[in-house]
Design a protein around this ligand. Sequence first.
Ligand code: KIV
Ligand code: ZN
Length: 515
Amino acid sequence: MSGQTDPNRVYIFDTTLRDAEQSPGASLNLNEKLEVAHQLARLGVDIIEAGFPVSSKVQFDAVERISTEVAGPVIAALARTMAKDIESAARALKPAARSRIHTFTSSSPEHMKHMLRMTPAEVLAKATEAVRLARSFTPDVEFSAQDVPRSDMSFVRELLAAVIEAGATTLNIPDTVGYAIPTEYGELIADLKANVPGIDKGIISTHCHNDLGLATANSLAGVLNGARQIECTINGLGERAGNASLEEVVMAMKVRKDLAKVDTAIVTRELYPTSRLVSRLMGIPVQPNKAIVGANAFAHESGIHVDGLLKDRSTYEIMTPESVGVPGSRMVLGRHSGRHGFKARCSELGIELNDTQIQQAYEKFLELADKKKEVFDEDIVALLEDEFETIPQMFRLEFLQCASGTGTIPSATVRISREGEMLQEAAWGDGPVDATYNAIRKATGIDVKLERYNIRAVTESSEALGEAILHIRSGEKVYVGRAVSTDIIEASAKAYISALNHMLARSNGINPQAD
Ligand code: KIV
Ligand code: ZN
C-alpha cells in the first residue's frame, strides 16, 4: 500500500472489527468476526483493521485467524507505541499475505498530559522508536496521533515529519472526539500536505468520529484536500456516536464524482448485505432514516415524489437501490411460486444455498406463506438469517401461550426443551413480553439482565414478520439474540432464547467472546 500509483484512488480502511467492535454491546465472537471479514473482502475494502492483539487473547486470535483465512485486503492490527504491542501485532499478523501495523499515540495537550503523562518530546521519541520497530516486521506501517484537531499544529507537523523519517507509510489524522467541522478539518489536511516534509511519500488518512454528526462530511473534506485513505465502519458504528459510515463516504464520492474526482474499489452492491450482516451479528438495528442502508432510504411516500418517480426515477433518486444492493423490485412470492421460484429469487438476492439448505428454507417459506398472503424479499432475507443460525440450539422454544389485554394481568406459559428434557413454567409480568421473559427465566433457571430490546416490522402491514433483536448481560459479557416470526411475542421469546444459546455456547467453549 506504500507508494500510491493512482493519485485519484481513495483507499477504504474498514475498522468495524476494531473501533466499532470495542464499543459497548458490539462485541462479536471469533466465527462472527471471520464472517464479517470475509464479507468485507467481498465488499472490496482495501484494508481490514482486524483488532488490537495485545489487548486480549481473543483479540490476538481474531487477528491471527483473519490473517490466515481472509484473502484480498491488507490485514491491519492496532498497537500503542510500545514494543510489546508492536511485537504482539506482528506475531498475530504473521500469516497475512499483506499486513499492516497501525501504531498510535496522542498529540493534544489534554491527552498527553492527562492520559499519556508524557511531554511532547517523550511522545515524539516513543513514536519514532515504535515506527522503526514496526518497520522491522512489515514495510506497511501506519501512524496515528489521536485528537489532532485539538492539538498544537506545529507539534503535529514535527511529529509527522519524524515518523515519516522513521518509516511510516500512512499518516492517519484522527478527529478522535468528533470536534472538527468540515472546513476546519479540510484546511488541517491541506496544511499538513503542504507543510510536512516527506508527506508526499506516504498516504494521508482520515479517521473522523461522529459526535457532532459530521464524520462523513469531515472525511470528504479531507479527501477534497488531499487525503487518500478513509477510515470508516459499516453502519457508522463505533465509540460513542460512531465513526464515519463506510456506505456514506463511498456513495458520496461515487455520486459526486464530478466534484470529488476520485475512485474506490468498493463493490457497491455489497453495501446493503454487509450492513445487514453487521447489524444482525452485533444486534444493533439500523435507524430507518439512515442514509444508503436505512429501511426508508429509498422509500417514497409523498404524492408529488411518487408521481415524479413514475415519470422518471432521476426526479427524486440520486442513486438506484440496486446500485447499493437494496433489493430493488420488491418481488412478491406466495405459496404457488413453488420451490423453483423460491430458489431463483434467493439466488437473485445473492443468497446461494445448497440443496439441503434450500429444502430446509423452502419448508420455512411455505409455513410463512401460509400465515402471510404475500412474501417480500425482506421476509426471505430475514427468514434465512433466522434459519441458518450457527450457534447450537441448546434451548428450544416448544410451546408458548400468552394472555394480555386491558384489565387483565399479562401472563405467559412456556415449554422449553433442553437436550430431551422439557422445562415448563408460567409467570406474569407488566406486559406480555415481560411475562414471557419471566416464564423463560423460571423455566431455564438462568437470570440475566435484558439490556436492549428492539422490535420492528420487516415489511409493512399488520401481517408483517416481526424481527426482535436484543442484548442480554451476564456479568461483564453481553450476548445478542435475534429472531423473526409473524407473532411478535414469539419473535421476542425466540430472540431471548437465541441469546441464552449464545451464552451457553460460550461457556462450552464454542463461542468465545471478546473481553
Ligand atoms: O479515534 C481514534 O483516534 C482512534 C485511533 C486509535 C486511531 O481510534
Ligand atoms: Zn477511533
